[in-house]
Each structure stands twice: as structure tokens, then as C-alpha cells.
Design a protein around this ligand. Sequence first.
Ligand code: NAP
Length: 359
Amino acid sequence: MGLVGTPVTVVMMRGVPPQLAGAGPAGNSVTRQVGGTLGMALAGLILSGAYRARMPTPNCRAPDSGSPPPRRNRPARPPKPPGPPPARCVCPSWRPRPSARSTGRPGADTTIGTSEQREHTMTGTTARSVLVTGGNRGIGLAIARRFVTAGDRVTVTYRGEEPPAGENVLAVRCDVTDGEQVDQAFKEAEAAHGEVSVLVANAGFTQDRLLLRMTEDDFTSVVDTNLTGAFRVARRAVRGMLRAGHGRIVLISSTAALHGAPGQTNYAAAKAGLVGFARALTQELGARDITCNVVAPGLTETDMSRALTPEQRRELLRTTPAGRLGRPEEVADAVAFLAGAGYVRGAVIPVDGGAGLGH
Ligand SMILES: NC(=O)c1ccc[n+]([C@@H]2O[C@H](COP(=O)([O-])OP(=O)(O)OC[C@H]3O[C@@H](n4cnc5c(N)ncnc54)[C@H](OP(=O)(O)O)[C@@H]3O)[C@@H](O)[C@H]2O)c1
């Protein structure tokens, strides 16, 4: 391999044995730490090699050579055979995301975080099949939109009203307290978009009461949706993820899981259960490329938080350093990060304006 254009940085460090000196990554830039006289000799060798490699060759026009390099007569390349047609979503409303090059939007090719995400977004060839429960409104809808923007094929479940018209998603009716409806929703998502590789268990609701007034039904119904509902969808998703050898599961919990809140013994217990669930599942899945993580939003601007009394709202804001409610899109950012991260496992990411100071 030629060394043309190879910058060589030699850092002299006395007392550092050469075998401990770090070899630079294979590529154009080499940085080595070399100690003592041996280091000087090595540096000289590297530099002279680099210098020789900079000398003009018959096909390389030196800056001051004055005449163009001779042209090679290359035989014409044979035309490429036509490849298979790109995979298409059978969801009638799905359209491939236009690339940044075609839209010219600045920064359109960038998404947060990992190289996995950037590669996914830039190539546009690996659209994932994503399922978001409770994706017809609020945080779930913001999450669904985030994946659609990244070029994924998104299924949202709803229980009452469908998502707003014009959303580029497949909407499937599903109550997460019913195992058969969960199974049916997955079948529809799989038929339209292929095996679900990203699951966001977002569906949830509150039924706040002080403990002495809380009925058993108040308690179990909240647990059944927020915790057992997540169990139902995760168990159904993991089946396909194990077959595919890949998967990302994100569970939407709450800061109530970590701090509790008066009137929310049911909700806090259910949301805290998600943390234990994610960590146990992480250990079960072991080295497989299937992750399960938790996002814990603080007070976020949706129908759910609008149901709070002004006093409850004021009190929650008083203990939130950011001094404002979160936006659903900010929760979606954390979900998108986890959906692209392979080495973050069993984690709880708070998105709460600092209310829990990281917990
Ligand atoms: N907003 C906040 O301040 C906040 C804070 C922390 C955590 N969270 C959590 O974030 C998630 C989303 O909340 P949100 O604020 O977006 O609430 P939201 O606007 O009230 O939306 C709740 C979603 O959950 C769905 N859902 C409720 N029960 C369901 C069931 N049994 N089966 C299927 N879907 C069901 C709803 O579907 P329908 O529309 O069909 O009823 C809706 O799509 C919830 O898990 C919530 O606990 C919210």
C-alpha cells in the first residue's frame, strides 16, 4: 500500500518502551509514540519511506511537473448486471425516505449517536421493521415519527382512536392487556414490514388514588397495561428477534419508577417493574445481539400530563432543574439512540430535565 499523503506524527517519549507505544489505526494517519534512540531510527525510516512515496510516479502529476501525466488506455468496463429490486413495504402508505442528497436538506443524513444509525440512515437500504405500542398519540406518536423520518417501516398500535391522517405508518388496533390482540398486531406488522426488529413498549395509563382509596382493580389494571402489557409484547417480539439474531427493545417507564409519587403506588410499581424486567431479560439474552433498555421520562407535554392539577404540575416543575416540561420528541431522541446502540444493555435513561439527577 502506498504512503502517499500519509502524515506521520512522531511523539518522543522518554522511558516509554516501544512495545507499549500505540500503533495508529490502519489508514492514512499514523501516530506512534517512540522512545529513545531506537525511536529516532524508526522515525527516520518511516519519514524517508513517506518521502519516497511522495515522489511523482508516471501516473501521478507532481505539483511542478508542468505537463499532464500520460493517459492509460483502459478497456471499457462491462455493464453491471441488474440487481434484485429494492425491498418494498407492502404497507400502502409507505414510501422510501428521500435521501439527503435528493432533498438537499442540510444535515439530513445525520442522526444522533451511533455509526449503526448513521449507516442505516445514509444507505437507506436497511429499513427496520419497528412496532410502537400506543403510537397513535403523545410520546408514542413522536417516537413513531422519529423512526419514519429515519426511513424505517413503522407499525403503531392504538386502542381507541387511530393516529392522525397522513402519518406514514401502519396502524393496527391492539389492546395490550389482550394476548390474542398482541399476537394479531404482530402478525399484521410482520406481513406488512417483515419481522419486528425494534419494539417500543410505550402503551400506558395512570389511575391515581391514594393507597387507602385505591381499589384492587385500580392497581391491577395499571399493572396489567404498563407492566404485563410490556411483557406480552416483548415476549412476542423476542421470538422473531431470536430467529433473526438481532433486536432492540425499548420500554417506556417513568421517573415515578425511580422516585415514586403520591397517589401512584400502582403506576410507580408497574413502571419500576419494567426496570427489573429489562435487566433480567438482558441477562437471559446474554451475548445475542438483542438489547432491552428503559427510557424513563419525567413530566412530558401530552394528554397524560395535561390531566394533572395545576398544583401537581407546579410541584413537579419546582423539582425539575430544566424548569419546563419535556417534549415528546425529546423522549423519542433517547429511544432512537437505544434502537441504534448494540452495547447499551439493561440501562435506564432518564429524560426528565434533571428531576432525578441521573437516577
Ligand atoms: N406524559 C408524561 O408526563 C409521561 C411521563 C412519564 C412516563 N410516561 C409514559 O409514556 C408513555 C406514553 O404516555 P403519553 O404521555 O404519550 O400518554 P397518552 O398521551 O395518554 O398516550 C397513552 C398511549 O397508551 C395507549 N394505551 C393505554 N392503555 C392501553 C392499552 N391497554 N392497550 C393499548 N394501548 C394503550 C393509548 O392508546 P389510546 O389512545 O387508544 O387510549 C395511547 O396511545 C406511557 O407509558 C406513560 O406511562 C408519560
